[in-house]
Ligand binder design. Structure first.
Ligand SMILES: Nc1ncnc2c1ncn2[C@@H]1O[C@H](COP(=O)(O)OP(=O)(O)OP(=O)(O)O)[C@@H](O)[C@H]1O
Ligand SMILES: [Mg+2]
Length: 140
């Protein structure tokens, strides 16, 4: 019988996703057969495992993955590519405010200059809206 472990906390940003990822990783490293299930429409766990580009291959209409990709590219100093990713996020959802704010931040950088981790905006935006979209995962 498979054991199921759930990590739950109402509070945001307290390491639910990171702990899930590391717990799954370590159990697998110890030889256990592990499946980690991402039920969060932010797709951060999926992004952590697959990378945001792969998430976007699964669903190219996911503004949060475009926004997350934009942050990653900016942290690598790839300003132009980052701005394109934010533009994609905003083309899908013009009201997606984290992408708007982060885009402004990245616009102020020079190409090659890396966005610092403490500067970007990361919030639970529109989580409820996506939770109610049953066809969310496979919608292209
Ligand atoms: N043990 C740790 N030490 C330092 N930083 C950590 C640790 N665990 C998580 N973090 C950092 O804290 C931030 C929030 O973590 P995480 O995304 O896992 O939280 P969460 O509870 O899943 O958030 P959300 O409610 O948005 O889903 C991330 O930037 C992560 O890298
Ligand atoms: Mg999380």
């Amino acid at each position: 019988m498979a054991k199921q472990i759930a990590l739950f906390n109402h509070k945001g940003g307290v390491s639910k996703t990171t702990t899930t990822f590391n717990l799954g990783w370590m159990l697998a490293k110890k030889g256990k057969r592990v499946i980690i299930v991402d039920c969060d429409p932010q797709c951060n766990l999926t992004g952590m495992v697959l990378g945001f580009k792969k998430c976007l291959e699964i669903n190219k209409n996911h503004p949060q993955s475009w926004g997350n990709l934009g942050i990653c590219l900016a942290m690598l100093g790839k300003k132009e590519e980052s701005l394109k990713a934010f533009n994609m996020a905003l083309a899908i959802d013009p009201s997606y405010s984290p992408a708007k704010t982060n885009r402004i931040l990245v616009e102020s950088l020079k190409e090659g200059e890396e966005l610092k981790e403490e500067k970007f905006v990361s919030i639970n935006f529109n989580k409820e809206k996506f939770l109610h979209q049953k066809s969310f995962v496979n919608k292209n």
